[in-house]
Write a protein that binds this ligand. Structure first.
Ligand code: CAA
Length: 380
């Protein structure tokens, strides 16, 4: 067993770290406060090759391994978790899906611009009545000649506003449960597709989230991904991979919490000495560091297993539950260490706590992850 990063992985880490510190850090508090989408940062992530990191260079991707992806995701999210989720959705939920299940026609037309960062993708699975119970969707796709006519409402769509293309799940055959769900790729400008208003969120406020309304949208049959009825399985396979990205986002937030806690506790003088001299502070810092190391190893194991084509879904779920809980604990302790200052918006500290919360919810709640883990352990 070798815990050493490769030269390429170290280079990616350095590049992502420098980019995040130099380009994303300026204005991060204001973007969060005013819900300003990180347009310039997303464009630069595309130029750096971070928007389709694992895609084969044949489809204009970076051809990198999944561990490199977790490293870059962590570094970006350490500075701006909102940029992290834009990157994660495009890489894991959109590019990976198209590369794994799309036809060469779809790869040429959509994957190339998405993987090179020229276009942005969104993934729309959830609906008002179907979040965790994802297959219970109502959006309907009726085949008419060489098109599907799609109608319905999707919600909580990350990148819903700023994306160009949307991965869409809809029912092609009613009454047979998940076996009637199919997967499509839809272009934002198509008639009948309307974008809702930006949601006002607790955290990751610089990323956009909205509803999408489909009113008899005409989608060519070539834009069906996989076969009719394969959509739900495609979603679950892809979410296994997506959860590695969100776990990496979580650990980036946790690492930012640790870094801020270390530097502030060294500088903050109370009762005539830096608060870092107090064991009450030292123990919080030690716990954060210990948990971050453990979560990072779990994330890298899931990424490694994915690349080795081993069964990894339950490990990805473990990584997501654990990393998101670590992020929540570390960011809460970070606010505590910063006291009144950390509670103020302009400190940028309370943002970590608000950003951490979503990692326990999206791409499958912690409760759903525990179901996935338990099912794997209990299966015969
Ligand atoms: N890979 C491949 N196939 C899988 C699978 C996997 N990981 N998990 C299950 N399947 C198969 C099952 O074997 C089953 O097939 P068979 O009937 O042939 O055995 C089929 O898929 C259906 O599976 P289940 O019966 O287990 O389905 P379920 O309805 O009980 O749901 C679930 C399972 C795990 C709870 C699933 O619904 C789930 O993951 N829910 C959470 C949804 C989610 O993560 N939503 C996130 C939205 S996207 C988002 O957040 C993106 C964003 O914007 C950031």
């Amino acid at each position: 067993m070798n815990f050493q990063l490769t030269e390429e992985q170290i280079l990616i880490q350095k590049t992502a770290r420098a980019f995040a510190d130099n380009e994303l850090a300026p204005g991060v508090v204001e973007r969060d406060d005013k819900k300003i989408w990180p347009r310039e940062g997303v464009k630069q992530m595309g130029e750096l090759g971070f928007m389709g990191m694992m895609v084969d260079p044949k489809w204009d991707g970076g051809g990198m391994d999944s561990i490199s992806y977790t490293i870059a995701m962590e570094e970006i999210s350490r500075v701006e978790a909102s940029s992290g989720v834009v990157m994660s959705v495009n890489n894991s939920l959109v590019c990976y899906l198209l590369e794994k299940f799309g036809s060469d026609f779809l790869k040429e037309k959509y994957l190339k611009p998405l993987a090179s960062g020229k276009k942005l993708g969104a993934f729309s699975l959830s609906e008002p009545q179907s979040g965790s119970d994802a297959s219970n969707m109502r959006t309907i796709a009726k085949k008419e000649g060489d098109h599907y006519i799609i109608s319905g409402t999707k919600n909580w769509v990350t990148n819903g506003i700023n994306s160009n293309y949307v991965i869409l799940f809809a029912v092609t055959e009613k009454g047979i449960g998940y076996k009637g769900v199919s997967c499509f790729i839809v272009e934002k400008g198509w008639d009948g597709l309307e974008t809702g208003k930006p949601e006002n969120k607790l955290g990751i406020r610089a990323s956009d989230t909205c509803e999408l309304y489909f009113d008899n949208v005409k989608v060519p049959v070539e834009n069906l991904i996989g076969k009719e009825g394969e959509g739900f399985t495609i979603a679950l396979v892809i979410l296994d991979a997506g959860r590695i990205g969100i776990a990496s986002q979580a650990i980036g937030i946790a690492q930012a919490s640790l870094n801020a806690s270390v530097s502030y506790s060294r500088e903050r003088i109370q009762f005539g000495k830096p608060i870092a001299k107090n064991q009450a502070i030292q123990f919080k810092i030690a716990d954060m560091a210990m948990e971050i190391e453990a979560a990072r190893l779990l994330i890298r194991q899931a990424a490694w297993k994915k690349d080795q084509k081993q069964n990894y879904g339950h490990i990805a779920s473990m990584a997501k539950v654990y990393a998101s809980e670590v992020a929540m604990r570390a960011s809460t302790q970070c606010v505590q260490i910063h006291g009144g200052f950390g509670y103020m918006r302009e400190s940028g500290i309370e943002r970590l706590m608000r950003d951490a919360k979503i990692t326990q919810i999206y791409e499958g709640t912690s409760e759903i992850q525990r179901i996935v883990i338990a099912r794997e352990l209990l299966k015969k």
